[in-house]
Design a protein around this ligand. Structure first.
Ligand code: 5GP
Length: 165
């Protein structure tokens, strides 16, 4: 009788330990995705970077574009390129942005690739839109990835899991 109580107690301790270890791992691996449509959320992390409320390593800036290093890089070069305007995704950007905003964003991608010395070796530009796309920050952003081979068949999320970020 006493033996089975001790065994059950041990089992409970093991279960408790596993669940405690699992909580931070789970919440880190599966960041919440966001919808690509809807109202602009002023509290998103890139809006805070634009308002200089939180720091970022800025790589490039123009009247309508800001580019900075991703906080969890998945490649040696991993830059986030964003419009300064309040656009949640490529959907409202393509509908509402002015020609100059669109042009500056596209040109910035090429300028930054040259600046980061990956024009010759090559690079990938990724945009995640909405839940199925794996978008986690509701402010339009392009991932500029390079410095080593980027496999476009892999989603960015899988690359993140592979690197443990
Ligand atoms: P998404 O998953 O929406 O395509 O990409 C969001 C990206 O923003 C992720 O790669 C993530 O690492 C990056 N990120 C999230 N929070 C911050 C932050 O506070 N600063 C910077 N520089 N990047 C961030």
């Amino acid at each position: 009788m006493l033996k089975s109580i001790v065994l059950s107690f041990r089992f409970l301790i093991i279960l408790l330990t596993i669940s405690l270890i699992n909580v931070p791992l789970k919440s880190h691996a599966s960041a919440d995705t966001v919808s690509a449509i809807g109202q602009y959320d002023e509290s998103n992390v890139f809006a805070k970077i634009l308002r200089k409320e939180i720091p970022a390593t800025v790589i490039f800036e123009s009247a309508h574009v800001l580019a900075f290093e991703d906080i969890h890089p998945v490649k040696p070069v991993h830059i986030l390129v964003i419009p300064k305007g309040k656009y949640r995704s490529i959907l409202d950007f393509s509908e509402k942005a002015s020609d100059i905003e669109i042009t500056q964003l596209i040109k910035a991608l090429a300028t930054i690739a040259k600046k980061m010395n990956i024009a010759q070796s090559g690079f990938s530009i990724m945009n995640n839109s909405g839940h199925d796309g794996g978008q986690t920050v509701p402010h339009l952003h392009f991932h500029l990835l390079g410095g080593e081979k980027v496999s476009w068949e892999q989603s960015l999320r899988h690359q993140k899991k592979d690197t443990g970020n």
